[in-house]
Write a protein that binds this ligand. Structure first.
Ligand code: GTP
Length: 207
């Protein structure tokens, strides 16, 4: 990886124990580590090269520590990120309680401070719901409404089974390629970038 350019800075955010490191492990190494939980200290970085059509895209993923002790540090890591994967646990036990509230906290921060950062909401540990659907604490439709409001994409993943993990990171890379193509198009044709807010311009770069 040395000397290779990172195209997309991606930051993982969310309360401790929601499964950020496990998502990255599943995506980058296709494995799920069992054993005692080890909280991330500070942050960890990993790069992954992937394909979108005939393009190669390098994601540079910052896995931040969820503990509130490291909150100030997480702010350093999301600076300049083009994508944020904001995680909350679908299945809430005592340790996971309020992870959705914490996700909303990060969303607010990003909205206020990182305008150019696309947000991906990620409900984690979906395999645990398979075992007992009554344990779902965050209603899918409520989160979908919230995601629509903040113009975020919503994924429900399991790092244990791999469910939707590749799809999540693939979407991050695809969106990057679409936005980059849109920028080239507008620069070439002299389109007013102020029109970016127009939904037509937004959707036309997704096809
Ligand atoms: N069943 C199940 N357990 C999971 C899943 N993802 C993570 N876990 C477990 O949840 C615990 C926390 O996972 P981590 O990935 O370390 O969580 P984190 O968000 O990186 O935690 P911090 O580093 O403290 O911020 C670990 O014991 C994992 O094995 C999942 O998809 N399914």
């Amino acid at each position: 990886m040395s000397g290779q350019r990172v195209d997309v800075k991606v930051v993982m955010l969310g309360k401790e124990y929601v499964g950020k490191t496990s998502l990255v492990e599943r995506y980058v190494h296709d494995r799920f580590l069992v054993g005692p939980y080890q909280n991330t200290i500070g942050a960890a970085f990993v790069a992954k090269v992937m394909s979108v059509g005939d393009r190669t895209v390098t994601l540079g993923i910052w896995d931040t520590a969820g503990s509130e002790r490291y909150e100030a540090m997480s702010r350093i890591y999301y600076r300049g990120a083009k994508a944020a994967i904001v995680c909350y646990a679908l299945y809430q036990d005592l340790t996971d309680s309020s992870s959705f509230e914490r996700a909303k906290f990060w969303v607010k921060e990003l909205q206020n401070l990182e305008e150019g950062c696309q947000i991906y909401l990620c409900g984690t540990k979906s395999d645990l719901l398979e075992e007992d659907r009554r344990r779902r604490r965050v209603d899918f439709h409520d989160v979908q409404d919230y995601a629509d409001n903040i113009k975020a994409q919503l994924f429900e993943t399991s790092s244990k089974t791999g469910q939707s993990v590749d799809e999540l990171f693939q979407k991050v890379a695809e969106d990057y390629v679409s936005v980059a193509a849109f920028q080239v198009m507008t620069e070439d044709k002299g389109v007013d970038l102020g029109q970016k807010a127009n939904p037509y311009f937004y959707s036309c770069c997704h096809h």
